[in-house]
Design a protein around this ligand. Sequence first.
Ligand SMILES: [Zn+2]
Length: 79
Amino acid sequence: MGRRRRRVIKIVKKKMPKVFLCPLCGEESIRITIKSPGLAEVQCGNKDCELHKNKEEFEIGPSEQMVDVYCKFVDKHSS
Ligand SMILES: [Zn+2]
């Protein structure tokens, strides 16, 4: 049951990093911005990365944080 995903969450839980590991380019350059309550934006800071140009928006629940957004993001790109 989602062992790999859990491992990622554990690493992130130790402290709250400002940047996350990008599933596409492998750099720690993912930035997550909470735009408004319920909407978060994800973008890779690596200019050579596809996700730099194409930032993505995710709907989030009231109790969800950056880590949760990151999990959704990784889920989407690791399949
Ligand atoms: Zn990237």
